[in-house]
Design a protein around this ligand. Structure first.
Ligand SMILES: C=CC1=C(C)c2cc3[nH]c(cc4nc(cc5[nH]c(cc1n2)c(C)c5CCC(=O)O)C(CCC(=O)O)=C4C)c(C)c3C=C
Ligand SMILES: [Fe+2]
Ligand SMILES: [Fe+2]
Length: 339
């Protein structure tokens, strides 16, 4: 009988909030050709420029949200791993694409426990080459390099799965019990170029203003279409009308055009329209991290209040909500599909 192990995979955080650690982490992250998709010399030049300008500011941002136990993203992911492990009689490990615990460490730990199949679960509801593809490629590299007799079964982006949406609705419901003016679903952004590159048809993504509304095989790998699908499924489940919510994209880097609308611009518009009590959710992330806690919880909140808003309610990510843990347990037991 085959023996399965589970690897939960997320993005990663610096080791500490020291500028040198943040710099090392950003270097590994941004030199990944799936993240900054330029030829090596141009990538090296651009990343060196970013590393000259950004680490001090990033380190301060990390310091403002860091917990006694470490990076929120890592601490929460570890709690989820332990909660899933407690309900399964197969080994469950945690890995990060950048920094530690690495994918290599996670795979070798499972190999030592004698598994011959790894259920590889990237913790991303929506597909992006800069998150899922790069993690899978790294896992394949490790298995090949160590000549491990291990089969990789990849759980694809789970944006359409009932168990995910059930958990999202259950975790968010209490935040909708008070009156509010608007819900903003703010997703991590992506350069437009990445969206076009991931389109296997070569003629759908960003070719029409409403491309994400028109059914297409391209949506199997279209980050924006998958974000839109999550937004629509969520607001339907919550019974919201179309004028009660909108979707936007945060966290731009560099001068390229990223997918729109941008969260900061949308927040100003909403405040100008008289929105006083704004709920913000970030469904591209399953665990709270610098992007939710600092960018939305601090920067965007400050911006909204300065623009005339009164209260920004940030809904926590799924984190270790029991229904989310239950979804991961169920997929670990039943997931049949190899990708
Ligand atoms: C949720 C999916 C994510 C996508 C898609 C994504 C693409 C992407 N990100 C950058 C640049 C940065 N992202 C940073 C942090 C960060 N990004 C994600 C997730 C996605 N990124 C997470 C979960 C985090 C948080 C990590 C943590 O430690 O909490 C950062 C670092 C933050 C900072 O320095 O301010 C950068 C930089 C690019 C360029 C990109 C696609 C091309
Ligand atoms: Fe990112
Ligand atoms: Fe699209």
């Amino acid at each position: 009988m085959s023996s399965r192990g589970v690897l939960l995979v997320n993005l990663g955080s610096p080791e500490s909030t020291e500028v040198a650690d943040v710099k090392r982490y950003l270097n590994q992250f941004l030199m990944d050709p799936y993240v900054i998709d330029l030829p090596w010399p141009a990538r090296r030049l651009l990343v060196s420029l970013i590393l000259w300008l950004r680490p001090k500011k990033s380190a301060e941002a990390y310091a403002s949200i860091w917990w006694d136990e470490g990076s929120p993203l890592i601490v929460i992911s570890r709690r989820v791993q332990q909660a899933v492990q407690a309900q399964l009689d197969m080994p469950v490990e945690l890995a990060m694409r950048y920094a530690e615990p690495s994918i290599e460490r996670g795979i070798l730990a499972l190999a030592r426990q004698g598994v011959d199949e790894i259920l590889f679960m990237p913790q991303y509801p929506q597909h992006a080459d800069s998150t899922i593809t790069t993690s899978v490629k790294e896992a394949e590299r490790v298995i090949q390099e160590h000549r491990l007799p291990i089969r990789l079964t990849v759980v694809p982006a789970f944006y359409q799965r009932e168990e995910y949406m059930d958990a999202l609705v259950a975790s968010a419901r209490e935040y909708f019990e008070q009156p509010f003016d608007h819900l903003l679903l703010s997703y991590h952004g992506l350069p437009e170029r990445h969206l076009k590159k991931a389109d296997p048809t070569g003629q759908h993504c960003l070719q029409f203003p409403d491309c994400c509304e028109r059914p297409s095989p391209a949506h199997a790998t279209c980050y924006r279409a998958q974000c839109t699908a999550v937004s629509k499924a969520f607001v339907k489940r919550m019974g919201l009308n179309d004028d009660q919510w909108s979707q936007a994209f945060q966290s731009r880097l560099g001068k390229d055009k990223w997918i729109e609308p941008y969260t900061d611009a949308r927040v100003d518009e909403l405040a100008a329209q008289g929105v006083k009590r704004l709920i913000v959710m970030c469904p591209a992330f399953v665990a709270d991290c610098i992007e939710t806690l600092e960018e939305i919880g601090d920067q965007v909140r400050e911006q909204f209040i300065a623009a005339g808003g009164e209260e920004l309610v940030l809904v926590p990510c799924l984190n270790d909500h029991p229904q989310w843990v239950e979804a991961l347990v169920q997929w670990s037991r039943t997931e049949p599909e190899a990708v």
